[in-house]
Design a protein. Structure first.
Length: 207
């Protein structure tokens, strides 16, 4: 990471995300994080992920964010949290009643960097599952998957690339085609252990 975050800073961001969602669902008001520490006012990419807890397992309920550092981090958390709750096109808007069943996760990203290889078949050799997130871009289409996704699904690097292509609505082997751009980034991840509960820093097993 270009900079690290303490657990206290991660707790602040996760609780800020939950507070932003609750305030918006109650009053349609967007909070301003005026109490954010100076370090959390730096521009930074971030994604907020919402997982609904059902019968001891979690199901994705929304995930939206900013891959690039275009907003101050605290403001980006507020915006991404609200968007994950009510604007993810894969799901209906979150209701206030559901919020108590949702675990909030905040992933703070490094700026994406283009992966350069002589032969596209070498991409899987340089992608670190459990460390790297991926962005696949071809023409006007792009798809992003966070570093935790291949770990959760048990994918190897090749399947990770394939699934990222599918996320971009591209052919599954588009990562092998000339003109496709593959970028990677890393993330510091903080998540609630249970809805509204204790926050921990998530460490992914790397392959």
């Amino acid at each position: 990471m270009s900079f690290d975050l303490s657990l206290d800073e991660g707790v602040y961001l996760v609780r800020l995300a939950r507070r932003a969602i609750e305030t918006y669902l109650r009053s349609r008001r967007i909070i301003e994080p005026r109490d954010a520490p100076e370090k959390l006012r730096r521009p930074c990419g971030v994604f907020t992920t919402l997982n609904k807890v059902t019968d001891s397992h979690r199901e994705l309920r929304g995930c939206i964010g900013f891959p690039y550092p275009i907003k101050p981090l605290a403001e980006a958390v507020v915006a991404s949290a609200i968007s994950a709750a009510v604007e993810d096109p894969r799901f209906p808007p979150l209701s206030l009643g559901e919020l108590g069943e949702v675990v909030v996760e905040v992933s703070v990203l490094t700026p994406p960097e283009v992966i350069r290889v002589e032969d596209p078949r070498d991409y899987p050799k340089v992608i670190r599952v459990g460390v790297d997130g991926l962005i696949v871009e071809r023409g006007s289409r792009s798809g992003l998957l966070l570093p935790q996704v291949p770990v959760e699904w048990g994918w190897d690097a090749e399947e990770f690339l394939t699934q990222c292509c599918l996320k971009a609505w591209l052919p599954p082997d588009a990562w092998l085609m000339k003109g496709t751009r593959i970028s990677r980034f890393q993330a510091i991840i903080f998540e609630e252990r249970e809805p509204g509960g204790e926050v921990e820093r998530r460490r992914l097993p790397s392959g």
